[in-house]
Design a protein around this ligand. Structure first.
Ligand code: 13P
Length: 335
């Protein structure tokens, strides 16, 4: 019998572990490679990701990896399909299933996530390939007069329809409404936008009859905007983030795994740790862990540079960040 969704969801948020988001689209990873002078081809993307996934002891800190469509179809150098390589280490393979962002007509600066058409068939195919969870990312921008209620609702409804399809097709949905850091807004504005976004998302999830115990929420931390002159310190980030989640997220949700959103790797770890310290004092009902891309991959990518001789050092850098974030998920990060 295959493992049920509640069990998969619980394993994804095992205390002390989190998720490695390695599901960058070809365009996004291409931009990151280019900055470092790494050639971007199907082979170099595979070599890079195989380097990450074969890091010794990765499974001690990483419960699941989110893959991109290209990667889930690739084979490691020993011939094993990538999802099998992960599963054999005890790491749950997952898959990004949205098809990216388009402008929301008549709402300047706001965007909408596509990918619902044909999704049921794609989910069946991904499940056959070994995926056990999925991810869909909605993006909410803070700006002059935004986010609007129309943008919040359109994205929340799409997230709920995606989540329902995942649950019917045997995959655990990661529901990701990301309020972006971009802008000069202060942390209070981020708190307002995040609360509005989460409220709208859970309203839609209720209306579409989503099973909360079989899903993971992937929110942003509540942060000062990138260009805000005052950077809120970790204890303030923690207060605002935990307050926001307590007001919007049902206790039945299986777990919460934050995105890093462009924070430096050390800031993301410090904030995750402060959030967990606060959550423990408030006795929140969920495990609060990480589902980071940039805050896990920035240092290993900068060390690897496409050179096989750098593999061991790059893997050590990944494990170091994964270990720190695993500790931060327990409120025990000591840099
Ligand atoms: P970052 O941690 O780089 O924000 O990426 C996480 C992710 O998967 C965004 O969808």
């Amino acid at each position: 019998m295959s493992e049920d969704s509640a069990h998969i969801a619980a394993r994804m948020v095992t205390p002390g572990k989190g998720l490695l988001a390695a599901d960058e689209s070809t365009g996004t990873i291409g931009k990151r490679f280019k900055k470092l002078g790494i050639e971007c081809t199907e082979q170099t993307r595979l070599a890079y990701r195989e380097m990450l996934f074969t890091s010794p002891d990765l499974e001690k800190y990483i419960s699941g990896v989110i893959l991109f469509d290209e990667t889930i179809r690739q084979r490691a150098s020993d011939g094993r399909p990538i999802p099998e390589l992960l599963a054999e280490k005890g790491i749950i393979p997952g898959i990004k299933v949205d098809k990216g962002l388009v402008d929301l007509p008549f709402f300047p600066g706001e965007r909408f996530t596509q990918g619902l058409d044909g999704l049921a068939d794609r989910l069946d195919e991904y499940r056959r390939m070994g995926a056990r969870f999925a991810k869909w990312r909605a993006v909410i921008a803070i700006g002059e007069g935004t986010p609007t209620s129309q943008c919040l609702r359109a994205n929340a409804d799409a997230l709920a329809r995606y989540a329902g399809l995942c649950q019917v097709h045997g995959l655990v949905p990661i529901v990701e409404p990301e309020v972006l850091m971009d802008g000069a807004h202060d942390i209070k504005t981020c708190r307002w936008a995040t609360e509005a976004a989460l409220h709208e998302v859970f309203d839609a999830l209720v209306r579409y009859r989503i099973v909360f115990k079989d899903m993971i929420l992937k929110p942003n931390m509540v942060l000062s905007g990138t260009d805000c002159p005052r950077r809120a310190p970790p204890d303030e980030v923690a207060d605002m983030t935990v307050a926001c989640l307590r007001r919007t997220v049902p206790a039945a949700v299986a777990g919460i795994a934050f995105l890093s959103g462009g924070q430096s790797d050390t800031t993301a770890s410090a904030n995750l740790n402060a959030i967990n310290v606060k959550a423990q004092t408030m006795k929140t009902p969920w495990t609060l862990t990480f589902s980071f891309s940039r805050a896990l991959q920035a240092s290993p990518m900068a060390i690897w540079l496409g050179r096989p001789e750098n593999t061991a050092a790059a893997q050590q850098a990944l494990i170091r960040r994964a270990r720190f974030n695993g500790a931060a998920g327990l409120g025990q990060y000591d840099p």
